[in-house]
Design a protein around this ligand. Sequence first.
Ligand SMILES: [Zn+2]
Ligand SMILES: [Zn+2]
Length: 335
Amino acid sequence: MRAAVIESPERIIYREVPDPTPGPNDVILRVAAAGLCGTDLHIHHGEYEAIYPIIPGHEFAGTIVAVGSAVADLAPGMRVTADPNIFCHRCAYCRSNKPNQCLNLRAVGVNQDGAFAELVRVPAENIYPIGDLPFTQAAFAEPLGCVVYALQRTEIRPADNVLLFGAGPMGSLLAQAITHAGAARLVVSDISPQRLARIATLGATDTVLAGPRQDATLRQIAPEGFDMVIDATGVPAVVEAGFTYLRPRGKYLFFGVCPAGAQIRVTPYDIFRHDWQIIGSFALSYTIQEAIRWLQTGKVRVESLISHQLPLAEVQHGFEIAQHDQERMKILFLP
Ligand SMILES: [Zn+2]
Ligand SMILES: [Zn+2]
């Protein structure tokens, strides 16, 4: 088969590789659509827990073409997506129902070959049928599953006022989820006017362009601060500034992925004095089903979040767009 292989950091090649074969408990999918995500970029730069060479790609959907000898409930021809996270089921975290913190966590597209390929091998237990949901939409089940998990952790309350930094693909999924979860006002800030215009159609009640007037505008909108602040940029300076917009009893969700080792300054007294909660949210924890439901009912819309659909042969071009085009949204490869 043909696949995009990251041979070593900064070196991605589209080439012929052996077809994957299923173990007894695996299935093989023919990949129909696979989304490019920030994690793939980190792996490309050598900044993630990946082993090389690796075929990246962990957000995908396709059709089952083969099943292992022990797989009884899945069959070739089924349209499916997958949870890329492979849990060990034996460690203390798995056994206390916190599988995303599994001590032996592995992931398709991170530590074993992923979906930027014609075929991908996935454990059968990670498979989720999608019915007639289009593949290009089902490829969002994983990132949306991360959003569902984050919202479960934050426990947003009815009519909360929310400030969201970042209107990229993840910010745009968050905006819709937060709206459905009951927020009153959802203010979104980003550096891109085009992204802000789009997110205004997806639930944002106010949009604020990052820049010299941003701070004054945010304070004018919410003089006492926001019930919830969410960072979906992963930019440490943005995360640091976000604290100043939290009202007493406010919650701060760290959703964007800052570079490992980056530091910010916070004032512990303020956290104490204002009853602030700081909430992390890593990957997902059995929340793909909820994501598929939101996609199937159209409550969360993703068509407008796809800026590029490229053949896998153009994988290098796709990675370049992802790194240099500030207006781009989700890039999908169609192998
Ligand atoms: Zn991802
Ligand atoms: Zn485990």
